[in-house]
Design a protein around this ligand. Structure first.
Ligand code: PMP
Length: 303
């Protein structure tokens, strides 16, 4: 990733990609307290556009607020940095990574005396989970538990939260699955390592509440679609066996988009392929992000 052409927005300036470096004593590298976002830009008929940029920037600022980190840039500046990162790298579509992190002024755990840096990188990144949008992926319930709300606050998209995701994902991959399903401390379904989860039962959608899951922007998008399409959505405590006997199950996420799940813990979901409700929502999602749905055009920020 480090050795490539292009530029990265770092603390207000565009820096050549290979020169966008930090010191080994960077505080966030040691203790994991930082916040980040994963954002996508899609090719539309009017050129590249970033999907739900304002919501991503708002979540980044809220993540920082939750962790008590003071990002020295406002939403307008961060939005402009994201648009510039796509534009200046001449990307037609992109994955964007804004991240705020502490500097290397000190090594103790106190962070009030440290500088907060902000970076935004953008590069081309295709499908995250396989890329066959019709076939369901295979997942397993993780032996690792998702964060407890009072030890790691789940509303924050914080760097350190992700080692739990990585443990779960690497276990799933090692066992031959595509992704992990994490349960909360009480044994209820929380989310994937980097995705929210929905299931379909008798035409209605169900999804875990946000006690131990990230407040996903794709999740919100799907819920808005359902509202507009007259599909009922319920947030509830979801159990493993709710999923085992569901008609359809799918993941949502900026990187994962809308990914059908065909098998959980060795049990087939439907016939293992994308179900009809998932197909409607997935295709509406792809039309929306590509600017083909006028109704949702306000979610796209032209580059
Ligand atoms: N949960 C986790 C743990 C994630 O990392 C992500 C990806 N940001 C999501 C859910 C989905 O969130 P979003 O739809 O905002 O990308």
């Amino acid at each position: 990733m480090a050795d490539r052409d292009g530029v990265i927005w770092l603390d207000g300036e565009m820096v050549p990609w290979r020169d966008a470096k930090v010191h080994v004593l960077t505080h966030t590298l040691h203790y994991g307290l930082g916040v980040f976002e994963g954002v996508r830009a899609y090719e539309t008929a009017n050129g590249p556009a970033i999907f739900r940029l304002e919501e991503h920037t708002a979540r980044l600022l809220n993540s920082a607020k939750i962790l008590g980190m003071k990002i020295p840039y406002d939403a307008e500046t961060i939005n402009a940095a994201c648009l510039a990162a796509v534009k200046e790298n001449k990307l037609e579509s992109a994955y964007l990574r804004p991240m705020a992190f502490y500097g290397s002024e000190g090594m103790g755990l106190r962070a009030d005396n440290l500088q907060v840096h902000l970076m935004v990188a953008a590069w081309t990144w295709g499908a995250y989970l396989g890329g066959d949008y019709a076939k369901g992926i295979r997942i397993r319930t993780s032996s690792f538990t998702r964060h407890h709300v009072n030890s790691a606050m789940c509303r924050a998209k914080a760097n350190g939260h992700y080692f739990n995701s990585m443990l779960a994902l690497s276990e799933a991959l090692r066992d031959g699955y595509d992704e992990a399903l994490l349960l909360d401390v009480d044994g209820y379904v929380a989310e994937g390592s980097g995705e929210n989860i929905f299931y379909v039962q008798d035409g209605a959608l169900y999804t875990p509440d946000l006690r131990s899951a990230l407040d996903g922007i794709t999740r919100k998008t799907i819920m808005q679609f359902c509202d507009d399409l007259g599909i009922e959505v319920f947030e509830k405590r979801v159990t493993r066996d709710d999923l085992y006997i569901a008609d359809e199950v799918f993941f949502t996420g900026t990187a994962a988009e809308v990914t059908p799940i065909g098998e959980i813990d060795g049990r087939a979901i439907g016939d293992g392929m994308r179900g009809p409700v998932t197909e409607v929502l997935q295709s509406l999602y792809f039309r929306t992000v590509k600017g083909q749905e006028d109704k949702y055009a306000h979610w796209l920020a032209a580059v």
